[in-house]
Design a protein around this ligand. Structure first.
Ligand code: IPE
Ligand code: IPE
Ligand code: MG
Length: 245
């Protein structure tokens, strides 16, 4: 016998967020609280991620973008960066079997050229392996920063102007959005951030223009299905006006 949690029964499945963004924060503090190395927090966070993606997919959410490594995270000690890169490599490898089996489409967003060749190859492999799946589209933001994303989009468009393909007047918001890593995807409806920090930290600055933001003090490794349901219910109780009345 399965019992649905109370929160889950309150969700209106006709009005689910189409795209959820997640700033998975607090792994280090989670580990520290337990007297463990920060790496233990990252490993626990990776397990949480699997569970949450599986749940979102089962619920019928169409897109999830998860912030895994920012363009600023290179500032961390080499040991931690190396651990995170290895964890991500393992995650992408493992995803071919586990998440792909659940019909998830996996894509990496962010600047690839700074990543190791091994990770770059694995990204291509995992993307190729899952591209024909029909379940949730999971964007893993890996060496992602919204400012870098905007700069590279602007450079791309400027190149088209220089080549005489378009005039500056033809540049519109659709063209710019299309040149972002998320080109062709809807903007996130809901952005969740764990760990009590209430900022975007360079996550989806363009796409988040009208996203509903939801914060929780819970640290990412402790985040569970019920927290996800709570975020979705809070989202469904917001009035989205987009500047109207
Ligand atoms: C989020 O947890 C994971 C990454 C940024 C890679 P943190 O590592 O930022 O954990 P805290 O914020 O230090 O607790
Ligand atoms: C944001 O978390 C980046 C990721 C979750 C990958 P950080 O821990 O890097 O952000 P700040 O430094 O608290 O803003
Ligand atoms: Mg943090």
């Amino acid at each position: 016998m399965f019992f649905k949690s109370k929160a889950k029964t309150e969700i209106d499945y006709e009005r689910l967020p189409v795209h959820i963004g997640v700033i998975m924060d607090g792994n280090g503090r989670w580990a520290k609280k337990r007297g463990l190395p920060r790496s233990a927090g990252h490993s626990a966070g990776a397990d949480t991620l699997k569970k949450i993606v599986t749940e979102c997919n089962q619920m019928g959410i169409k897109y999830i973008t998860v912030y895994a490594f920012s363009t600023e995270n290179w500032k961390r000690p080499k040991e931690e960066v190396d651990f995170l890169m290895n964890l991500l490599l393992g995650y992408l490898r493992d995803a071919e079997r586990s998440l792909a089996g659940e019909n998830v489409v996996i894509r990496a967003i962010g600047s690839r050229k700074e990543l190791s060749e091994e990770i770059q190859r694995q990204i291509i492999k995992t993307e190729e392996f899952t591209k024909n799946n029909t379940g949730i589209i999971m964007n893993i933001a890996l060496n992602y920063g919204a400012r870098e994303e905007l700069l590279s989009a602007v450079r791309h468009i400027a190149g088209r102007v220089q080549a005489g393909e378009i005039t500056p007047e033809e540049i519109d918001s659709g063209m710019l959005a299309g040149a972002l890593y998320t080109g062709g995807q809807p903007d996130p409806d809901l952005i969740i951030r764990t760990s009590g920090e209430e900022r975007l930290s360079n996550f989806m600055l363009w796409q988040a223009a009208y996203s509903e933001l939801w914060f929780t003090k819970k640290l990412w490794p402790d985040f569970n299905k019920n927290d996800l349901y709570a975020a979705i219910i809070a989202y469904q109780n917001r009035g989205r006006r987009y500047g109207g009345i």
